[in-house]
Design a protein. Structure first.
Lengths: 246, 246
């Protein structure tokens, strides 16, 4: 039976601080929970409302029915989808020295972070490295936007200067989305290495610029006065180009 | 001087119904208002908080200072940026028979709609045709996500069956993002015509499928189990490919 104390603990998981302390996060929504049940992650509790269970069948011995009010108290989303899981935060695996790695420098918007993770998986990226100040990936809005991809991608949080230094030392390519770089559309092929994406507001930070070996640019149409593309959009367009030419 | 009645009217503009009735909409945020001031649209009122004006200088005779509380009452955004314009809804221009047109079938999420408009402008699309049931483009969240592009793009709302029928009759290409179409990455060139994008939940609707002359697909990496891409992401990736090959 769910208790007030349990609800309180789950509510605390809306905050990064408690997610880190308890090493737990919440995942909500039919699609997300379905993907979660197919993953190797450890679910510690699973709640659904009667209304949800009338529409969707979930077979799981951990499943416990809660009232609409209880669900609303626990949910971190504006519109509670009616199903919520409490999950142990997985430890990121070691970075493997193969395939293209995506590095994110200060991505702050949870929707962008989630969309980037989802799109990266579509194009075969299995490893993402985030700067320490990126939005925390176990944020409920990030999880929702990944549509399950977050459970299948190795995402590591680290110091990017140190990380890119080591990549460069190995003689690998460090691609970076910059305003003045090689025209993405004219690139003939991609070497294995890292693709660096900057933040929504500042792009790639100055301390990383000297580590970029291959600056690339998404060309804008002639006559267009748009200043920039959304950060997740830019990432997706670059990854599509990588996928098309590799 | 701003009055309670004016505030009430502006508050009503958060709803589609009143935006349509009054033929007015609100635009908020520094970047959006800057782009608005550069556009040909007719601003009927312009409000900013003192706090905003301490940080950013705005020279405009229509500018009126309001209190934080008044701004919060008028703002349609979770975090009021401190500057808000009331604008006359422009009438869409006639569709011109040149360049690629983007057609949106039932895009419902304001963030997606805005990102699509912003990205389309980046890649040189000047005309967008929306099905009647797309999210209304003068929704504050759409406007915010376009970053000003909405003021420079001709966006028409219409019956898509009728529209695509007429395009096809002219012998033009109707591209459509479908699950089984030509591999986007292998397309050698694009003809002028229309690119149709389906909604977040249902894709392109059945009644439009027979009108698609060129089904196209964004290929997924081998081994990836992601079910789909976000609708605005798919649009951006297709438009980038179009821009690269035209």
């Amino acid at each position: 039976m769910i208790t007030r104390n349990i609800i309180k603990t789950i509510q605390s998981l809306k905050q990064t601080k408690y997610r880190k302390e308890l090493q737990l996060f919440i995942a909500e929504g039919r699609k997300t929970v379905e993907e979660l049940l197919l993953s190797t992650l450890e679910i510690t509790a699973l709640y659904a409302t009667e209304r949800f269970l009338k529409e969707y069948e979930i077979q799981d011995e951990r499943l416990e029915t809660v009232s609409e009010v209880q669900m609303e108290q626990m949910s971190a989303l504006d519109t509670p989808p009616g199903i919520l899981a409490v999950v142990k935060t997985p430890k990121p695996g070691p970075l493997k020295d193969d395939g293209m790695v995506l590095a994110l420098d200060g991505i702050a918007n949870p929707g962008n972070m989630g969309t980037i993770i989802r799109t990266a998986e579509w194009f075969g990226i299995k490893q993402i490295v985030c700067s320490d100040d990126c939005v925390e990936i176990w944020n409920p809005k990030v999880i929702q936007a990944t549509m399950g991809s977050i459970f299948r991608t190795n995402i590591v949080s680290t110091d990017l200067v140190h990380f890119l230094d080591s990549v460069k030392l190995k003689g690998k390519a460090v691609y970076g989305a910059l305003l003045e770089g090689e025209n993405l559309f004219r690139m003939s092929q991609w070497e294995n290495g890292v693709i660096v994406i900057g933040s929504e507001s500042h792009g790639i930070r100055n301390n990383l610029i000297p580590l970029i070996t291959h600056p690339i640019t998404i060309p804008r149409a002639e006559g267009s006065v748009t200043e920039s593309l959304n950060a997740s959009m830019a990432t997706g367009i670059i990854l599509a180009n990588y996928a098309a030419k590799s």
